[in-house]
Design a protein around this ligand. Structure first.
Ligand code: WTA
Length: 647
């Protein structure tokens, strides 16, 4: 790992909210000496209809957390209405369509109009405070309108990434018991269409969904079921733009967002209104050093938490112009991001290391085709960023004059927890650097001992709550408590490994559980395994990650074929099983490699030794450890042979 220090840049420090490392340390001290005072002050950044009483109540043993108790507010009001006087004519959203050169500007005033209409459509279709609404939309303005319309009337949105399959969508709609679904006839990404409405139709066949509101993204005709399916634009046209705001309690739910864990089905992380919004606004301003007038371009999809916090809520709560990007980093070529940065004059650009690694392969030429001189801050999120990629981002994309911030956080944390601050933090490429003021990371060893001092590695936990913390898992508080609060009593356990180096810098080393981080997307090995064994060609499966040049982690599946696969050529079994996973979860979960094996390395009690499979997947055949205790030690040799042959 690189330990080179990249100093802060004076021209950035000069105007930064946090202007030096001393300043950061002072803020940090204040925040831990008096958390309640610190978070009270942060809460002033948003508008409260009724002031809160206590800043926070927390009991990690019971996994109970509440922020800004007794306060009343509305997230949509904070993202739209309160900006109307000063910035009504400023762009709230710049939509970047899939085809190069397609832009649409939506001012705060227009956003107010659109969101009001959509909120009235929802009300007209019986959506009430507390009801869940599923949003399965591509990256079009309607997706943002829908999220904010839910927030406006106190409904709870559940955005499902538009790349998930019908089966995944069905599970999520069912779990949150959504009765209204918003989708589009088709999505459009990288020049390809995605049959969203068709997927919804399949997903809800046996579900009690009463209304499907369909946005028209392409000219494609799709079947519309009378009495259930309606064109969103027609419905919005019929409604008036004025929609009263439903004042919410701080702790009223704002949204559910499903994410994968190490076991079982995806968990619906529940975020509430007051704490989440304060935290999204606070982190957006501090980490990206956002100033009024700066255009904020976060390339994440709204189907992930990054899209929630840094495309929608954080920027809009602060009154920023946010970019909504429908396309891909390589459509029509590898300069697309930089073209968009120039066209919209982005001051901030935020993406995932996997995208940067993919672009790095095309060299510097596509970057240099554009000026990028509006950019001041470059952010990275979702997985560890390799020091070389960090350096390229800094030297080539940022021409050495932009601040690079590697931001660590999770769906569960609601917003960024560990990151450099532009102009304040000297960086070490590959390290997320230091906790934000108000955040208390703790490293713990496998026995649960807290590791003090620097130069230590352990499991990353957090001591004490922060306002953006998820409050529960939808319908399963006990699972929430078990997953995050029982491994190390009194602490929130992140599932990540981490090193704090000699200088106190934090280096996230990756997941320590059975969660894979594939191209910045979280997938549970158990989910993929259960998708595989659902097919008759697969009797047993074990899934592990392996190092992948672009995705960071690739998916390797070891499969024992089922009876039905007798006589079927291995290539065909592989193809069928890949298709099976796409169908069960979605394309992002497709195994990169499937190896057909005669058996799996199991202990005598039947537990699969993933450690061995991981080593084989990394082609690290020498270092398999003691295999003599396995039930059938000879299968290991056969798997190794098969793996070598496949390479
Ligand atoms: C990983 C994404 C290293 C980590 C916001 C975490 C990172 C998981 C970083 C959460 C980073 C996220 N460096 N690893 N800067 N950011 N991760 O819920 O393993 O999709 O636990 O949230 O991504 O993924 P999630």
């Amino acid at each position: 790992m690189s330990d080179r220090i990249v100093p802060t840049k004076p021209h950035i420090s000069r105007r930064a909210h946090v202007a030096s490392f001393d300043h950061y340390q002072r803020l940090y001290r204040e925040s831990v000496d008096d958390p309640s005072g610190f978070w009270r002050r942060q809460a002033e950044r948003i508008d409260w209809f009724h002031p809160f009483e206590r800043a926070c109540e927390q009991d990690f043993d019971r996994a109970e957390v509440a922020w800004y108790l007794g306060g009343k507010l509305n997230a949509a009001f904070n993202c739209i209405d309160r900006h109307l006087v000063e910035r009504g004519e400023q762009n709230a959203i710049v939509w970047v369509g899939d085809e190069p050169g397609t832009y649409r500007q939506i001012t705060f005033r227009e956003l107010h109009d659109r969101v009001g209409r959509l909120a009235n459509v929802l009300r007209r279709h019986g959506v009430q405070k507390g009801d869940r609404v599923c949003i399965y939309l591509p990256m079009i303005p309607e997706a943002v309108y829908a999220m904010l319309a839910c927030a406006r009337i106190g409904a709870v949105h559940s955005v499902v990434f538009a790349g998930f399959s019908a089966e995944s969508l069905k599970n999520r709609i069912e779990d949150a018991d959504c009765r209204v679904v918003l989708t589009a006839n088709e999505g459009l990404r990288g020049g390809k269409t995605i049959p969203l409405k068709q997927t919804v139709d399949q997903a809800i066949e046996d579900l009690p969904v009463r209304t499907v509101l369909v946005a028209r993204r392409t000219d494609a005709a799709v079947p519309m079921r009378a009495g259930r399916d309606l064109w969103l634009a027609d419905e919005m046209e019929r409604q008036r733009a004025y929609c009263p705001v439903q004042w919410q309690d701080s702790e009223d739910p704002l949204f559910v967002l499903y994410t994968s864990g190490s076991t079982g089905k995806p968990k619906g992380q529940l975020h509430t209104t007051g704490g989440y919004l304060v935290y999204a606004g606070y982190t957006h301003q501090l980490v990206f050093d956002w100033h009024p007038g700066d255009v904020h371009f976060c390339a994440a999809d709204i189907g992930w938490v990054t899209g929630h916090s840094y495309v929608v809520y954080g920027p809009l709560a602060n009154g920023a112009t946010t970019v909504l990007f429908e396309s891909t980093p390589v459509y029509p070529d590898a300069s697309r991001y930089w073209q968009v940065c120039d066209d919209v004059q982005a001051a901030i650009f935020y993406t995932a290391p996997t995208a940067l690694r993919a672009l790095l392969r095309f060299g510097d030429e596509p970057v240099k085709k554009y000026r990028r001189d509006s950019i001041r801050v470059l952010g990275s999120v979702g997985e560890p960023i390799n020091p070389e990629v960090w350096q390229w981002y800094h030297d080539v994309v940022g021409e050495g004059r932009c601040a690079v911030v590697d931001t660590w956080w999770q769906t569960e944390t609601g917003g960024i927890l560990i990151s450099a601050l532009p102009g304040a933090t000297p960086c070490k490429p590959g390290s997320a650097t230091f906790p934000l003021p108000g955040v208390r990371p703790v490293l713990v060893d496998e026995h649960g001992e807290v590791l003090t001092g620097d130069g230590v590695s352990g499991n990353l936990c957090l001591a004490g709550s922060w306002p953006g913390q998820a409050r529960t898992i939808w319908n399963d508080h006990e699972r929430f408590r078990q997953t995050y609060f029982t491994t190390y009593p009194g602490l929130y356990f992140t599932g990540d490994g981490c090193r704090r180096d000699e200088d106190g810098y934090y280096w996230i080393t990756g997941r320590v559980d059975d969660v894979l981080n594939v191209a910045g997307h979280r997938l549970g090995t158990a989910e993929i395994e259960s998708a595989l064994v659902a097919h008759e060609f697969c009797a047993e499966a074990a899934v592990v990650g392996f190092p992948h040049d672009v995705k960071g982690t690739g998916i390797q599946a070891y499969v024992i074929p089922g009876k039905a696969a007798d006589g079927v050529p291995p290539e065909e079994i592989e193809a069928v099983l890949k298709q099976q996973v796409r169908k069960a979860i979605g394309p992002i979960a497709t195994p990169d490699r499937i190896q057909i094996v005669p058996g799996l390395p199991k202990t005598r009690s039947g537990k699969i030794m993933r450690r061995i499979l991981r080593k084989i997947g990394e082609a690290n055949y020498q270092d398999l450890g003691d295999i003599s205790t396995l039930a059938e030690p000879h299968v290991v040799e056969l798997i190794v042979q098969g793996h070598k042959a496949a390479r």
